[in-house]
Design a protein around this ligand. Structure first.
Ligand code: 5GP
Length: 212
């Protein structure tokens, strides 16, 4: 017998953006670990692989030639150049997944967010994380104290540029405590899953309820 928890629904696309230093990577990891219904949309990128990263898990690491061919063949839902490298969201997996009720998490910047929203508006939920203060952001971007003042200033400038796009998001969460921030993002996710338009199984369910 169907209950409101088991009803068929359409998956959603949860976009998490923030300046670096606001905790996006930590919150993303926590979500993927604790929520069995969401998985990461793995982007393609031309940037070199970093120590600890795994091809196919963190990104699909591709050459510029392969990336350009994917663009030409319309394989991306969106793509952008970030810090001199190309990044794109492959279309096929996401489109098929959300039809089957799979949720996807996107760790993409504001440019990608705008493009995804234009294409898939009703499936997209946009969340922006803010650092608790400028001092805390500077502290987080200063790292282990081995970077020059210029490098830190450049990071702060990039962070400010990213923050300036905060008003293009549906939800804004200030990350002053990781656990509290994570819980807020979970609340957003749970509420969004219950939106009527996403609960594709409702019509049949309600029809059953109305029978006499
Ligand atoms: P990183 O190279 O540090 O992993 O990511 C650099 C930036 O690229 C981050 O702001 C990240 O959100 C963004 N990014 C990662 N994948 C994509 C993507 O598929 N599309 C867009 N537009 N941005 C992405």
């Amino acid at each position: 017998m169907a209950s409101s928890d088991t009803l068929q629904r359409r998956g959603l696309m949860l976009i998490l953006s923030s300046p670096s230093g606001a905790g996006k990577t930590t919150i993303s990891r926590m979500l993927l670990e604790h929520d069995g219904e969401i998985r990461l949309s793995v982007s393609a990128t031309t940037r070199p692989i970093r120590p600890g990263e795994v091809d196919g898990r963190d990104y699909h690491f591709v050459t510029q030639a392969v990336f350009d061919r994917m663009v030409e063949e319309g394989e991306f839902l969106e793509w952008a150049t970030v810090f001199g490298h190309s990044y794109g969201t492959p279309k096929a997996q996401v489109k098929a997944g959300i039809r089957e009720g799979q949720d996807f998490l996107f760790d993409i910047d504001w440019q990608g967010t705008q493009q995804l929203y234009q294409k898939m508006e009703t499936d997209v939920v946009r969340v922006f994380l803010l650092p608790p203060s400028i001092d805390e952001l500077r502290r987080r971007l200063t790292g282990r104290g081995t970077d020059s003042a210029e490098v830190i200033a450049a990071r702060m400038e990039r962070a400010r540029a990213e923050i300036s796009h905060w008003d293009g998001y549906d939800y804004v969460v200030v990350n002053d405590d990781v656990q509290a921030c994570f819980e807020k993002v979970c609340e957003i996710l749970h509420a969004e899953r219950m939106k009527r338009a996403r609960q594709t199984g409702l019509i049949g369910f309600v029809r059953e309820l109305m029978k006499d």
